[in-house]
Design a protein around this ligand. Structure first.
Ligand SMILES: *Cc1c(COP(=O)(O)O)cnc(C)c1O
Length: 233
């Protein structure tokens, strides 16, 4: 049966409560984990309803859909838009112009286009390197071994600000199995920082594994289904 998607403030509250509980059990400072609401494939009306419930950070995977929503919400101050999908070279200009963050940098060529295309009046584009950890078949991301060279290149780009790392591990069952790749990402960030970077952001954890990610140091969790329900289509 088809029904118009509806926003549930209770679902958003319960995700926020999960983050608070996980932050406490990890003995981390309150407020040290930001909630990114992943609104891909959801209509702008749902984003607007989430904004009314206090949500300010949104993640989009598809360039055209994302910029349409940014435009639809343009009258609302204080929103932050994060691009979290695979980025093609021919779509960098739209992303550089409309988004505040990119989580999925994995190629120097894409990074240099984004830096060149970031409008001069805008703040620097906040970027994360997507890292492909072991056992991730065929997705985007650099290997941990390639990360230092890309981090060095991106750090030198004038209109980008390298903030940290992001990963999308395959679904795993059980807290310990879920924590393993998140721990690897945190250790990779620590080793980059030991060589002179000052990275402060780990984007990791989704609807089914955000607790494991918070325990391993996530500073941004990306949550779609648990907030908005199942995506239409
Ligand atoms: C869709 C998506 C999410 C959200 O996933 P849910 O399981 O719906 O919470 C997070 N990150 C990325 C990169 C995504 O594509």
């Amino acid at each position: 049966m088809l029904t118009a998607p509806q926003f549930s403030p209770a679902a958003l509250q319960s995700v926020r409560a999960r983050i608070v509980r996980a932050t406490e059990s990890a003995d981390r400072a309150p407020g040290s984990v930001r909630l990114l609401a992943v609104s891909k494939q959801q209509p702008a009306a749902l984003v607007r309803a989430a904004v009314a419930a206090g949500q300010t950070e949104f993640g989009e995977n598809y360039v055209q859909e994302g910029i349409d929503k940014v435009a639809a919400l343009a009258g609302t101050p204080g929103l932050n838009w994060h691009f979290i999908g695979q980025l093609q070279g021919n779509k960098t200009r739209e992303v550089a112009e409309c988004f505040d963050w990119v989580h999925t940098l994995d190629r120097e060529r894409i990074a240099s286009r984004l830096s060149a295309q970031r409008p001069p009046h805008a703040a620097r584009l906040q970027v994360l390197l997507q890292v492909r950890l072991a056992d991730e078949p065929g997705k985007g991301g650099v290997s941990p071994a390639e990360a230092p060279a890309l981090a060095a290149a991106v750090s030198a780009m004038p209109r980008l600000r390298l903030r940290g790392l992001m990963c999308i591990p395959p679904p795993a069952t059980g807290l310990e199995a879920q924590r393993r790749p998140f721990r690897q990402l945190r250790e990779l960030m620590q080793s980059l920082n030991a060589t002179g970077h000052a990275l402060d952001t780990l984007s990791m954890g989704m609807s089914d594994d955000l607790e494991a990610a918070v325990l391993e140091g996530a500073t941004i969790v990306r949550v779609g289904t648990a907030i908005f329900g199942r995506r239409p289509g």
